[in-house]
Design a protein around this ligand. Sequence first.
Ligand code: AMP
Length: 176
Amino acid sequence: MPSDSIEQLRAAVRDVPDFPKPGIIFKDITPILQDGALFRAAIDLFRERCRGLEIDKIVCIDARGFLFGSAVAYELGIGLVPIRKRGKLPYKTERAAYTLEYGEAEMEMHVDSVTPGERIVLIDDLLATGGTSASAVTLIKKVGGELVEAQFLIELAFLHGREKLQSEQVVSFLTY
Ligand code: AMP
């Protein structure tokens, strides 16, 4: 794949300054989603990366992680598990707190969403400071999953999110 695809995807990511608050440059992936060939190219990157990893389930993070994770799980013919912000999942959950710029928030995962020992790939759109995905890793382990690797379409390397996922395998396709 194509370094061509990587460059086309990179060119499509739109920087939106001062969203959702002043000083943040938001990486908008909707131009990728709305172009059939680019959306497919993005899903193909994840799918090819997953090939041979013998994964049982994809776990993806509320909300943009769902957009990529669900298509990858469909392509691989394996199950999909959502991690959601507190209060959204209807059944019994495990919880993990994570740090936001101001204060804390919590993520949840259904207690029975993973069978102990299942091999998991975690998918989200973007790795920034790593707090969100670190809480997702905590949840996957709490429910007994074995994290094979965490995959992101985009990594903001200058925020050093990898450091929060130190003992995990981390893969990203577009690095800024
Ligand atoms: P973090 O916990 O700091 O790694 O933030 C990662 C989560 O926040 C991901 O689910 C992203 O969708 C979102 N996010 C954080 N920063 C940005 C950004 N600059 N542009 C787009 N999404 C972001």
